[in-house]
Design a protein around this ligand. Structure first.
Ligand SMILES: O=C(O)CCC(=O)C(=O)O
Ligand SMILES: [Fe+2]
Length: 275
């Protein structure tokens, strides 16, 4: 039996148009300021107060990426999982992907501290895409089913030069065009991990906003020139019928505490319960 699921249209037509045109959209006020502060503190509390950064965490140019283990960046703790199933963000993703049957995944974290050097560049990371399209396929399908919506929650106000994620306005269309024109388009620019020919802008925002990116959007981390750390969590949404099965994990990956924390919507988004 298939159930009919309604998707409330939370974005205006012009926001939907802006997303497909520009390849990104700042979704404002997904969390209240209080909620954002709560998650900011939860993430900052992962950082040891003696500032001994664990060996397996990443740290570069003031950007600290807490890692669960050397090869696992996914913080799916009961405390953080509710963000994966945020109802407003889910409705935005369902509206854009034109399907209520989605998966959410990733859950990696980033804390960008003030960095005073490398003044010649705003970026602290080469522009790249994180498309959830295997790197051994020769090209993108460029279908709606293949689209992954990714991006990050800002848990603090991100002012200009505050470490906001950089994007290339309209860049997802440039990537699609370049890839389509080449028989092995997936492999251009080191599988799109080294994009050096495009210019980016910073996405500023307020605590509780979500910077939503098309999966073909070239993006990269930037330096934070302010005292306030930029605290972010990265999430991705795909349709359940994603052609490469992005974000699939066995239902047994989660314990009782995680499942209780994530709630009924989350259980579906994690693939534990059917839609
Ligand atoms: O921290 C950021 O703003 C972006 C990080 C990113 O895109 C990545 O690590 O893949
Ligand atoms: Fe990235």
């Amino acid at each position: 039996m298939t159930t009919t699921l309604e998707t409330p249209q939370v974005l205006t037509d012009s926001e939907v148009e802006e997303f497909w045109e520009q390849g990104y959209l700042l979704v404002r006020g997904v969390l209240s300021r209080d909620e954002a502060a709560y998650y900011r503190d939860l993430i900052l509390d992962l950082v040891p107060r003696n500032l001994i950064i664990p060996e397996h965490w990443h740290a570069a140019d003031g950007r600290i990426k807490p890692m669960v283990s050397a090869d696992n960046q996914t913080w799916d703790t009961p405390e953080l999982l509710p963000l994966w199933a945020n109802e407003k963000l889910y409705h935005v993703a369902a509206q854009l992907l034109r399907s209520p049957r989605l998966r959410s995944f990733d859950g990696s974290l980033g804390v960008t501290l003030r960095n005073d050097v490398h003044r010649d560049s705003a970026l602290s990371q080469t522009l790249h895409i994180d498309a959830s399209v295997p790197r051994d396929v020769d090209n993108f399908l460029l279908t709606l089913e293949e689209v992954q919506l990714g991006g990050c929650f800002y848990f603090n106000d991100v002012l200009p030069e505050g470490g906001g994620i950089h994007v290339v306005p309209g860049g997802h269309r440039i990537v699609a065009e370049e890839a389509k024109a080449h028989p092995q388009g997936r492999h251009l620019h080191d599988d799109w991990k080294r994009i050096t020919h495009l210019k980016s802008v910073e996405v500023t925002g307020e605590a509780g906003d979500f910077a939503l990116l098309h999966h073909l959007m070239p993006h990269g981390a930037s330096h934070n020139r302010h005292s306030t750390p930029r605290v972010a969590q990265f999430l991705r949404y795909v349709r359940e019928d994603h052609p490469h099965g992005a974000g699939k994990r066995p239902a047994t990956a989660y314990n009782e505490r995680q499942l209780a924390a994530v709630g009924p919507l989350g259980r579906k988004l994690l693939g534990v319960d059917p839609w």
